[in-house]
Design a protein around this ligand. Structure first.
Ligand SMILES: Nc1ncnc2c1ncn2[C@@H]1O[C@H](COP(=O)(O)OP(=O)(O)OP(=O)(O)O)[C@@H](O)[C@H]1O
Length: 670
């Protein structure tokens, strides 16, 4: 009882000290003579030029929302509303349906029945674009720095019509707002590599979402994993953001501290997917006393209500039935209160709440200019495009991002050591090999080894690149950041130079050591090695896109790659006729044939064995060197160079197209 009272007194005391802020409804006049920092000035200019148009505050209302999965009711007639300038907290025991509600509000989960409206209109695709969703698990590329992440986010999500320097000014502003400057050059990191701290990562997630100037923010457990001080700072920032920007902010929280609890303007308590309380947070004490419950002095109200609804089914039922009449009674007065809130100056009682909760940490100084971003009818450009940027912008930014992300993974120091080491070892093993029939299988062995080694390297590399990427891509696809085609093409373009670098290094070290001299042949072999590598990479992309479980994808890939090696023409030459058709599916077979055609067709000839040759032309004395046809015939089936190349190119396109179609139609984000 004492807490809300002291809180209320603080509010009044604080209000008395603050002069009202000049504000004219949805219209903002950029003041000319305000003292801003250099950065603020830049930012101020961005807004004044009108590239960041104001947006109308959004009132999010949900009525009788029901969601079920696998015949299980997860949400049952959940109603409530979130209003501009306010912080709505969704609380409840674990499994009560908080995340499901946010998913439904963001449009990511289909509702069975009920209605979700924004400013009175049913939630449309266009409105969904104005709702940002910060997931419980932060999804980022671990190898990128925070600066890179924010830059890419801005370039992908801010409209093409906005000049580059203005986008950067916007990024700089958000960095200051969320106090991220000191960790800008730190990598995001993951379980294996240290990077941003939990709180910084959370703020980075929020920063990426704020870049789009959303009207509504949904945050799932933004304080989970944070210490109490960091959690308080984060909530204070959100509170400040909601008030100053007139944004609608909905957060789910497990067990907030008392200080955080009283920062929430409204509270929606869920129990077993049903509303156990909905109303102004400060009215919770009154509500509890209505149902015969008293919070002991100095007891955290959040802990108390969660304990009560978890306690036993009777108490839970009491909450659920009492809240219905409580909502009805308060509906009329709440509407009146809301109407006055919308037309009132921004400086409201909430200001003091943010300041109070913020005593121990720096609340960012929000420039007045930034306040102007909110408040008018339109989005950035005033028109609604399906995608925020053009296909070419997406392709350019995503290619660059893929390159930066994959660079340290694909060209790691260990990979270089492995490549150079193997290049030297294989070069030494086949060093200056003599071109005689006895050594024929050694030369073929080098070709087969280099091809299959790089096939496996590329295939498994592509395969393992998918799982960590999947979350990020799903998140970005769900929020409509870019076209899948742009991402997919960019992945190929961005990773291409990295995919071919190591096999090239290997070839450049190993091949000259063999003593095979012709430059043209050297380059042709190099070309076929790379072609084989990128075809194998497409197989990895296809399997990675198809199988969600990494173990399954590794098994499928091992089965395919080892079978393709067996049918490649080096290990088994006399294959049972009923299994011969499998050769046609072996990418190694075509690439190996091509390498032999190039090497034995144009290079230094291989001399026949002096006594007994296994090749007919040598045996009959027709030739002193082994003919190419004889070498290839010896392995069974063969096709001309152009046909092998064409088939490899068809494989390349087919696998890549299949990977795309699977991501597009089967592995769609939820
Ligand atoms: N796709 C699904 N199929 C079946 N059950 C599901 C599905 N998604 C969620 N659930 C169930 O719905 C209930 C609510 O889940 P939800 O994640 O919304 O809870 P929560 O309140 O956010 O939990 P927590 O606080 O632990 O994150 C849980 O019992 C969960 O197991």
């Amino acid at each position: 009882m004492l807490l809300p009272l002291s809180y209320g007194l603080e509010v009044i005391r604080f209000l008395d000290q603050i002069p009202p802020r000049p504000r004219t409804g949805t219209e903002y006049h950029c003041p000319d003579n305000e003292a801003h920092s250099h950065r603020s000035n830049d930012y101020h200019e961005v807004i004044c030029k009108g590239n960041l148009k104001q947006k109308k505050p959004a009132e999010l209302v949900f009525q009788d929302v029901c969601v079920s999965r696998n015949e299980k009711k997860i949400l049952c007639n959940v109603s409530g509303k979130a209003r501009p300038g306010e912080l709505l907290s969704v609380m409840g025991p674990s499994g009560s349906g908080k995340t499901t509600l946010l998913n439904a509000l963001s449009g990511r989960v289909k509702i069975d029945s009920g209605l979700i409206t924004v400013n009175g209109a049913p939630l449309s695709k266009r409105q969904k674009r104005n709702i940002c969703y910060v997931l419980q698990e932060d999804a980022f590329f671990a190898n990128l720095t925070l600066r890179q992440v924010l830059m890419h986010s801005a370039l992908l999500r801010l409209p093409d019509t906005m000049p580059y320097h203005e986008k950067m000014a916007h990024v700089e502003h958000i960095i200051d707002v969320l106090d991220l400057r000191k960790c800008l050059n730190t990598i995001i990191g993951d379980g294996l590599k240290r990077g941003l701290s939990g709180g910084e990562k959370k703020r980075a997630s929020i920063a990426c979402e704020l870049l789009t100037n959303p009207t509504t923010m949904l945050l799932d457990e933004p304080t989970s994993g944070l210490d109490s001080g960091t959690a308080l700072c984060l909530m204070s920032t959100l509170k400040y953001y909601a008030e100053k920007e007139r944004k609608t902010v909905v957060v789910t929280v497990h067990q907030p501290s008392s200080q955080i609890f009283y920062m929430f303007d409204r509270l929606l308590l869920l129990a077993d997917g049903q509303v156990a309380f909905f109303g102004a947070t400060h009215r919770i004490v009154e509500f509890l006393s209505d149902i015969g419950l008293q919070i002991a002095a100095h007891y955290n109200p959040a802990d108390f209500i969660i304990e009560q609804v978890k306690k036993n089914p009777e108490v839970r039922e009491k909450f659920i039935s009492a809240t219905k009449s409580f909502i009805e009674i308060n509906e009329v007065s709440a509407q009146m209160e809301f109407n006055s809130l919308v037309s009132a100056p921004v400086q409201s009682t909430n200001d003091s709440a943010a300041s109070e909760g913020n005593e121990d940490c720096d609340v960012p100084s929000w420039s007045d200019a930034y306040s102007s971003v909110s408040g008018s009818e339109d989005s950035f450009t005033g028109t609604f495009e399906k995608w925020p940027t053009s296909f070419w912008t997406q392709l350019k930014v995503l290619s660059e991002r893929n390159f930066q992300e994959a660079h340290s993974r694909m060209l790691s120091r260990l990979n270089w050591i492995q490549t150079i080491g193997l290049g030297i070892v294989s070069g030494l093993l086949w060093f200056q090999v003599e071109r005689t029939e006895t050594n024929l299988s050694d030369i073929q062995g080098w070709m087969f080894f280099s091809m299959t080694y790089w096939m496996l390297f590329a295939l498994f590399g592509a395969l393992t690149s998918f799982p960590p990427e999947r979350e990020v891509i799903n998140k970005e696809r769900s929020s409509g950041t870019y076209r899948l085609s742009a991402y997919y093409l960019a992945k190929m373009i961005g990773e291409f130079p990295l995919t071919v670098t190591l096999p090239s290094a290997f070839h450049f070290i190993s091949y000259p050591m063999l003593g095979l001299h012709d430059g043209r042949i050297f380059l042709s072999l190099w070309g076929f090695l790379l072609l084989n590598t990128i075809v194998a990479q497409s197989v990895g992309l296809l399997v990675g896109a198809t199988c969600v479980d990494l173990q399954v994808s590794v098994t499928v890939s091992a089965l395919y790659s080892l079978s393709t090696m067996l049918f490649g023409g080096f290990y088994a030459k006399s294959i049972p006729s009923w299994l011969l058709w499998l050769r046609y599916l072996s990418i190694v077979h075509y690439a190996f044939n091509n390498m032999q055609i190039v090497e034995f067709g144009g290079g230094v000839p291989i001399s026949c064995a002096p006594h007994y040759s296994q090749f007919e032309a040598c045996r009959h004395g027709n030739s002193s060197v082994i003919l190419l046809e004889d070498i290839i015939d010896h392995q069974g089936m063969w096709l001309p160079l152009w046909a092998n190349t064409l088939i490899l190119l068809i494989f390349l396109c087919m696998f890549r197209l299949m990977g795309y179609l699977i991501l597009r139609y089967i592995r769609k984000p939820r």
